[in-house]
Design a protein around this ligand. Structure first.
Ligand code: ADP
Ligand code: ZN
Ligand code: ZN
Length: 730
């Protein structure tokens, strides 16, 4: 009698035991259908067992093992187990989360694609006449495969050759003669990958690449610290070329917003003979499944993906690159709150391969590791074809602003337009104004479901909550005192756009934010307009900040940056520096030197000073010194227990009990008092949080393991809690 322990997509931290008649160790990682309650669920076999602690009459049987779905390989299972332990999240949810949606829902599709075989180079070289006389099945299989050496033959045809054909095929795969055929678009087997010519490297790029090449094989984490426009992408591409030439797969992780068709096209164009698949949330379910299968079968040489791609099975994985490694989108902010960047390091270590983390402004944790820890640092300090932009501060104290714009910035925009070049005004807020107020009584437009203000949107004359999506009509008069003169306070992209249109009626202005790019293809069309020079002034948010190359863009104006300077979140300054570096990096990528004007009331602030000198390392050292002194990460390790309830007291009370219980657990951790969350009310739920901190990671995790048991048992119906390990937002 044997049993299997199965991971199921349910929020409890156990596996489920089922009876299974004929299972072997190579069934571990396979999908199964099992009865669960009154339903049938898809699960994944995690372990085999001879016994179970359940009473025999309660153990149910596996309904079927899904043999045509490729099993999760041991290294991915190990990564998932690590992820479950580290983030204290139920293994079942972690495992099922890693499968494409199509595979975790019934009916699980029949997978033809995975059962297609063809000869390898070795296989094609096999001399049929040297095979032993008795090997008739093998010979027949080889003959059929040879006849279709390009396209391969489907498994059903091959298996039909003889009763023992499946076994013979398996042997031939083991001998390296036959492989699962790659999906459409993949490299023809045998042909060495056609690698397009790389660019001629500059000395810094050369040094970076040679350092990685010359490092001993095995796990080495690299930080590629390169200013914007220094040609990090070219370094990635040539390292990827190395990996491909060695028969390996490369995984390139990028932030959601950077995964553009342009990047994909760039990588494809460089490696025309290599199958590249992308994995990200914008794919539909069957595309995701198809791409996942191509990755796991080894057919795809390059996997380009966002954070979820870190869990993809990659049998020949030889290199991981995390571009813009500091980007917050690598961290999932709900459910399983994992950091794909951190898991990428775990995975590289596990697979004993190099990993390159690239950024102009690495996360302080990463930079700290490169200075004092185990990472090795590579630097690119020069822009490839240009000098970095000149960054200046415009002191806005005691100077009148016109709809938030200074005269200095307006003048610069005018001159830029006159020269036929483009300007960008960056403001990290969409809408017209972030709040509507009544000067009579002080009423402000608040969201009734969130601790947030409703943002005034002009186009359709509505007030919108950017947190929960609630929207309402703009009131004709103050709901509190009846005053009809309500005033929009502060600026958003729409307000900047209309101010510029008023001041420069002849300029062609384009606003680029989530609202204006919502329509499908809108952003593509806008990019075309910018490249075709049909635009003089761009007004945009974050969307514009990343990775785009607009050769005519020479002036960047930054409006409203100060608000992040004195935030209660200790990471706010780090993020602001990164964001401004990104935005400034858009200026002057073409022929003439770019100029960046930052409007601020604090021109002497060390953040702006370091930014002007393009000196990330100095500012990072300063922030690290502050963090060390204040006892913040990376000098301590944190976890956040979040609680949500319909009343704040209920959430706070739960956290207070959790704190008291935690105090009983031995270990060198500090438990702070429960407090309302930064965003204390969201979509109608009150939120509170509690920070736990320790000098040592292992002490923190030992504590969390024990605490979890109590949390699981104590939470009632009226409170929802979640643990966030290494939280990014406090
Ligand atoms: P980063 O990612 O570091 O901001 P990019 O990789 O976007 O910089 O490179 C900036 C520009 O320089 C790109 O247009 C790229 O094609 C070009 N480039 C990079 N390396 C070279 C090189 N060695 N020779 C010529 N052009 C290069
Ligand atoms: Zn009023
Ligand atoms: Zn809201």
């Amino acid at each position: 009698m044997s049993f299997v322990r199965v991971a199921l997509d349910v929020p409890v931290a156990t596996l489920f035991d089922y009876r299974a008649a004929a299972v072997a160790s190579d069934d571990i990682g396979r999908c199964v259908l099992v009865p669960f309650g009154k339903k049938v669920a898809v699960g994944v076999i995690i372990e085999l067992a001879r016994t179970t602690s359940l009473p025999p009459q309660r153990v149910r049987s596996v309904l079927s093992i899904l043999h045509d779905v490729p099993p999760l390989p041991p290294d991915v299972l190990a990564l998932l187990k690590f992820c479950s332990d580290y983030y204290h999240h139920p293994l079942g949810e972690v495992v099922l989360n890693a499968l494409p949606t199509r595979l975790r829902r019934r009916p699980v599709p029949k997978l033809q694609t995975a059962s297609h075989y063809r000869l390898t180079q070795t296989g094609r070289a096999v001399d049929l006449t040297t095979l032993p006389q008795r090997a008739t099945i093998k010979r027949e299989l080889l003959r059929r495969l040879l006849a279709k050496s390009r396209a391969g033959v489907d498994a059903a045809t091959l298996n039909a050759v003889a009763a023992r054909a499946p076994a013979a095929l398996k042997t031939m795969v083991a001998l390296g003669w036959v492989e699962r055929a790659p999906l459409a678009g993949a490299t023809e087997c045998g042909t060495p990958p056609r690698l397009g010519p790389g660019l001629e490297l500059n000395p810094e790029q050369r040094t970076a690449i040679d350092s990685v090449r010359c490092a001993p094989a095995g796990f080495t984490p690299w930080l590629l610290l390169g200013i914007t426009g220094s040609g990090k992408t070219e370094v990635y591409l040539q390292l990827i070329a190395d990996a491909l030439a060695g028969g390996k797969q490369a995984l390139l992780l990028v932030p959601e917003i950077n995964l553009t068709p342009q990047l994909e096209a760039l990588v494809r164009a460089r490696f025309p003979g290599i199958a590249l698949v992308s994995l990200h949330s914008a794919l539909n379910e069957s595309e995701r499944l198809h791409n996942w299968l191509a990755a796991q079968s080894g057919a795809a040489g390059i996997v380009l993906g966002t954070r979820l791609a870190i869990f993809t099975p990659l049998p020949r994985l030889g290199l991981i690159i995390v571009d813009e490694e500091h980007d917050a989108s690598f961290k999932q902010m709900d459910g399983l709150r994992y950091s794909a960047r951190d898991l990428a390091l775990v995975r590289a270590k596990q697979r004993a391969i190099p990993i390159v983390l690239g950024s102009a402004t690495p996360a302080l944790e990463t930079f700290h590791n490169a200075l004092h820890g185990s990472y090795r640092m590579l630097t690119l300090t020069q822009r490839v074809n240009a000098v970095p932009p000149a960054i200046e501060c415009v002191d806005t104290r005691r100077k009148p602003l016109i709809d938030g714009l200074s005269q200095a910035l307006l003048n610069a925009v005018r001159e830029t337009t006159k020269r036929g070049e483009q300007s960008l005004i960056f403001i990290n807020r969409r809408g017209y104004a972030p709040v509507l107020i009544c000067p009579g009584c002080g009423w402000t437009s608040g969201c009734h479901r969130c601790a947030a203000k409703l943002v005034l949107h002009l186009g359709d004359q509505r007030l919108r909550c950017h947190h929960c999506g609630h929207q309402e009509r703009i009131p004709a008069a103050c709901p509190q005192c009846g005053n009809q003169d309500l005033v929009p306070l502060g600026q958003g992209t729409q307000r900047i756009e209309s101010a510029l249109a008023r001041i420069y009626p002849d300029a062609r202005i384009l606003r680029i934010d989530r609202d204006s790019t919502r329509r499908k293809h809108a952003w593509n069309e806008m990019r075309r307009q910018i490249h075709a020079q049909e635009v003089d002034i761009l007004v945009g948010t974050q969307i514009l900040a990343k990775g785009h190359d607009f050769p005519q863009l020479n002036l960047v104006g930054v409006v409203n940056a100060d608000s992040s300077l004195y935030s209660t979140d200790f990471r706010a300054a780090e993020r602001l520096f990164a964001r401004l570096t990104q935005v400034a990096g858009r200026a002057g990528r073409g022929a003439s030197r770019g100029r960046v004007l930052i409007q601020t009331e604090f021109p002497a602030h060390s953040l702006y000073q370091a930014l002007r000198r393009h000196d990330y390392p100095a500012y990072a050292q300063e922030l690290l010194a502050e963090r060390r002194q204040a006892g913040f990460p990376p000098f301590v390790h944190q976890a956040l227990l979040r609680a949500e309830a319909s009343r704040l007291e209920v959430a706070l009370d739960f956290l207070a009990r959790a704190a008291r219980n935690g105090a009983r657990i031995k270990g060198a951790v500090t438990i702070y008092d429960p407090i309302p969350a930064g965003m204390a009310r969201l979509a109608g739920l009150e939120r509170a949080q509690l920070t736990v901190e320790a000098r040592s990671r292992s002490a923190l995790h030992a504590f969390l393991r024990e605490w979890r048991a109590w949390l699981d048992a104590a939470a009632g119906r009226n409170v929802r809690w979640s643990l966030d390990v290494d939280p990014l937002e406090l």
